[in-house]
Structure formats: C-alpha cells, structure tokens
Design a protein around this ligand. Structure first.
Ligand code: G3H
Ligand code: 13P
Ligand code: ZN
Ligand code: NA
Length: 283
C-alpha cells in the first residue's frame, strides 16, 4: 500500500506546501518518522540512500516498511535517494520501492539527460515515480562566489530542457544547500528558485535541508519547493540523545533504554519539520 511519490508531490505542488523526504537509517528512524507523520496527519516520503539500503538490507527495508504501513491512514511513498545507476534503480523498483531518484548531477548535461531518460522510461512503465537532479550541491564552505554559483547552481534554461526531455516527476535543484552540516548559515539563491519554478510548472526538491534555518526553508517552500530532504538533523537528534544518556549513566547496557529515547527524539524533530513544511493535515 505504498503510493507513487508523484501522487504526493503533485498535490503539494498544486497547494503550495512541501512534504519531507526523510531518510531512514534503521528501524528506530522508520518508526520515529512514520509515527510522527501519522500523528500530524501528513503524507510521507520515506527514503533510503544506496548506502542505507545496503546497510539495512533490501529485504529488511521492504519488510519493515510493509509492517509500518500495513494499517496506516496516511499516503506513504518509499523512495530511493541518490540512486547512482540504472541497475540500482531497477533493483529497488523490483523490490517494491514506489519511487526512485536517479542522480546524474555529476555528469555533463547531455549524459545526465540520456541516463535519466532511461530510468524514467523503465520506471514509468510500472507506475514508479522518478526524481532527478540538475546542478551540483555545494560543499559546506560558505561564501560561494558569483562565478562558482553560475558554474554549479541549477541553470533555469537547462532546467526547462531537462524536464521536457526526461519527463521526470520532480526536479532537485542546487541553490546553495549542501549535504551534512554547515560551518555557517548557508546562503540560498531565492531569486534563482523563483525563476526556475516560474519556468517549470512541477514539483521541485531541496536537498541538504539539515542545518538550514527554519525561516529559509519556509521561504523556499513559499517559492515552490515541494519536497525537503532531511537526514543529518535526525541522525544528530538520535545520536545526541543517546550520547546524553551515556554521559548521564555509564552503566546503561539495554539498547531499548537508549534507542527508545533516540527514536522519540527523531519523532519530535519530524513533528517540528512537518509543521513548518505545511504538510500537516494534508494526508
Ligand atoms: O542524506 C543523504 C545522503 O546521501 C546520505 O547518504 O546514507 O550514504 O550517508 P549515506
Ligand atoms: P542533509 O543530510 O543535509 O539533511 O541532506 C539530506 C539529503 O539531501 C538527502 O538526499
Ligand atoms: Zn540529497
Ligand atoms: Na545540510
């Protein structure tokens, strides 16, 4: 009972809010995230990176997500985050993912279009959604020069061509965010986002949202971002809580006594994110 990601994102695009693309790393992440989304009556995009899918094991991802969604009342998509090859995308689709990202952002435009198109053709044939990326996400150093911006941020004209030729359901863009933690506050190119959204009338995705001030994410959502990817903030919430418990009590040994509170910390964080993304009550 998973739904294609396009179904969730087309509604978000029409009604101008964003849905979390929330990364899972283990069972506690999955539970903390879905329990929060259910409580908030929010649609949900659960995603695994290739690394996380390999760490957890594909069969376990599918088994756990099956269990988590068996009796749920919210629409849930299971999405591959940053798929690196046609082969891995197909493997996920075959195992039951309802959406895949093919990340060809490190290729030249022509090659990115060609490879993305192949994934779209195969995925759409079986009702699976596709996200792709154009432009390069930053390293975490600040103060990107104008020249560097033009070289790495998403070009609006290229975006138009890219979505027309590939037929993707959602486009991830580079406007100044980076994966992981930032050394200072990132500076987002809101003008560029506005221009791109004005030219491509479809769902747009923001990666690297951990560490971006809430007000900036909110502004990006108001300007047309419909999917906001978060991983690091949840990893920090989980590990931070566990570290706190270990410092307080060096004798603790039962994993339920620290993974449980870690899971609660993730759930609290997800509730906070869903609230400012505006997807609460949209299930
Ligand atoms: O958050 C998204 C990153 O691509 C996570 O990748 O699970 O391989 O560290 P990783
Ligand atoms: P963060 O780890 O910065 O939240 O980025 C997540 C992401 O973009 C996953 O694709
Ligand atoms: Zn990402
Ligand atoms: Na980040």
């Amino acid at each position: 009972n998973l739904v294609p990601m396009a179904e969730i994102l087309n509604k978000a695009h029409k009604e101008n809010y964003a849905v979390g693309g929330f990364n899972i790393n283990n069972m506690e992440f999955l539970q903390g995230i879905i329990w929060a989304a259910e409580e908030m009556d929010s649609p949900l995009i659960l995603q695994t990176s290739e690394g996380a899918a390999k760490y957890i094991g594909m069969d376990y991802v599918i088994g756990m997500v099956d269990a988590a969604t068996k009796n749920t009342h919210i629409p849930v998509a299971l999405h591959l985050d940053h798929g690196g090859s046609f082969e891995f995308c197909m493997k996920c689709i075959r195992n039951g993912y309802s959406s895949v990202m093919f990340d060809g952002s490190h290729y030249q435009l022509e090659e990115n279009i060609k490879l993305t198109k192949e994934v779209v053709k195969a995925a759409h044939a079986v009702g699976v959604s596709v996200e792709a990326e154009l432009g390069k996400l930053g390293g975490t150093e600040d103060n990107v020069s104008v020249e560097a911006k033009d070289a790495t941020f998403t070009d609006p004209e290229e975006a138009v061509r890219f979505v027309e030729e590939t037929g993707v359901d959602a486009l991830a863009i580079a406007i100044g965010t980076a994966h992981g933690v930032y050394s200072g506050d990132p500076e987002l190119d809101f003008e560029r986002l506005k221009t791109i959204k004005g030219k491509i009338d479809m769902p747009v995705v923001l990666h690297g949202a951990s560490g971006v001030p809430e007000a900036d994410v909110k502004k990006a959502v108001s300007l047309g971002i419909n999917k906001v990817n978060v991983n690091t903030d949840f990893q920090q919430a989980f590990t931070g809580k566990i570290r706190e418990i270990f410092v307080e009590d060096s004798g603790v040994y039962d994993p339920r006594k620290y993974c449980g509170p870690g899971r609660e910390a993730i759930k609290d964080k997800v509730i906070e994110k869903i609230t400012f993304l505006g997807s609460n009550g949209k299930a």
